[in-house]
Design a protein around this ligand. Structure first.
Ligand code: XIL
Length: 372
């Protein structure tokens, strides 16, 4: 009788202790580990980019990790023009609506990615020859999509990657047909259609001095036109042993001085060889076995080095947590990262915090340790 009473009393307590440890009710493969979003709750939001099957909840293991660790989500592809606006008169909101519902159901927020970008455009846009049709597309696209999700998203990457490495404006169909002010115009339209959504400019390498200067000029131009811009996203596609901490710190300070929320929006630290910096999705390299050294597994020494890079990065983020609102990883686990297919197809890359079986890597533990 005594034993039975003990079991009845102790079992619920034991159950509660497990739930408290895991930080959620999920039974993911890392159920005993602290949730990233809880560890950094007082510092910044922690996000992940989700692919289509994750949004459709077709991947139970990913689902457990997403629900446990992240409080803000970015669609990796499904809000890009080629998916959400496939032909001139047709929008397809199926997956975008699902993402918004999924986030609401799980008390997470969503950042829309992205309204205006020169890549992953639908073919009908690429074919446009005259300025009037581009202008019509531009107005319609921004107004329709931003309007549909007004107040349902935390923020929008209104314009993505408008700058060259030297800080000048990138030559795109928008610059070509609409002229220099198209970025300001995109923010103006987004502001009208989505008055209750934050508006961001997003780019890669915009922590580098020349591109940063261009980005600052762009922000000042938008502000001078009396148009709202709330933040700047530094994508953060960096390389093992070469995370530019000093440039990142300067960028955080300089962007924040303009009143910008600073966000790291697509973080990954890749470990494979590459002969250029940044993340231009149109830049590619030919396959070569020498470029794929860890196809059968990665040495622990590399993972430890990566953990050190991530720790240094998060120490810097914590130092400036008053200026940083969000850190988003570009993917959930290593097997799902875009870096397995870019810039070389068919590689085995290891850029994120969770391995191919969703187990936390040394990088995960090193990030948690920055809080101790
Ligand atoms: C990438 C996606 O991850 C890939 O699945 C897709 O094939 C190409 O685009 N900068 C961005 C992201 O702003 O949208 C890109 O995402 C990665 C670089």
């Amino acid at each position: 009788m005594k034993n039975k009473l003990w079991t009845i009393l102790a079992f619920p307590l034991f159950g509660m202790a497990i739930a408290a440890c895991s930080g959620s009710k999920s039974t993911g493969s890392n159920a005993g580990e602290p949730a990233l979003k809880d560890v950094f709750k007082k510092d910044f939001q922690i996000g992940a980019a989700l692919n289509g099957s994750q949004i459709e909840e077709k991947d139970p293991q990913a689902d457990a990790v997403i629900k446990k660790h992240f409080n803000v989500l970015t669609p990796e592809n499904i809000m890009k023009c080629e998916i959400i606006h496939p032909t001139l008169d047709k929008y397809d909101f199926t997956l975008a609506d699902k993402l918004v519902d999924y986030a609401a159901k799980n008390k997470m927020q969503v950042v829309g990615h992205t309204l205006i970008w020169h890549s992953q455009l639908s073919p009908f846009v690429r074919r446009m020859q005259n300025a009037d049709s581009v202008k019509q597309f531009f107005n319609n696209h921004i107004t329709t999509i931003a309007g549909r999700y007004n107040g349902k998203l935390l923020g929008w990457d209104v314009v993505n990657e408008a700058l060259n490495e030297d800080g000048t404006m990138r030559k795109t169909i928008f610059l070509d047909k609409l002229g220099d002010d198209y970025v300001t115009e995109a923010f103006r339209l987004a502001q009208q259609a989505a008055p209750n959504t934050q508006l961001y400019y997003n780019d890669y390498n915009n922590e580098q001095p020349q591109k940063r200067a261009g980005c600052i000029a762009l922000i000042k131009k938008i502000q001078a036109a009396g148009v709202r811009i709330d933040g700047v996203g530094i994508q953060g596609h960096w390389h093992l042993g070469r995370v530019p901490l000093a440039d990142i710190e300067k960028s955080i300070e300089e962007y924040a001085a303009l009143g910008m929320k600073v966000m790291f929006t697509e973080v990954d630290i890749e470990v494979l060889p590459r002969n250029f910096k940044g993340a231009d999705v149109n830049q590619r390299m030919a396959s070569d076995p020498k470029l794929n050294p860890y196809s059968n597994g990665i040495p622990d020494s590399i993972l430890q080095k990566q953990a050190q890079d991530y720790a240094n990065l998060f120490k810097l983020f914590l130092k400036h947590k008053d200026k940083i609102s969000r850190i988003t990883f570009w993917g959930v686990n290593d097997g799902q990262s875009w870096l397995n297919g870019w810039p070389v197809r068919g590689r085995t890359n290891y850029p994120l915090l969770f391995d191919r079986s969703f187990k936390p890597k040394p990088a995960y533990y090193s990030i948690i340790a920055t809080k101790k």
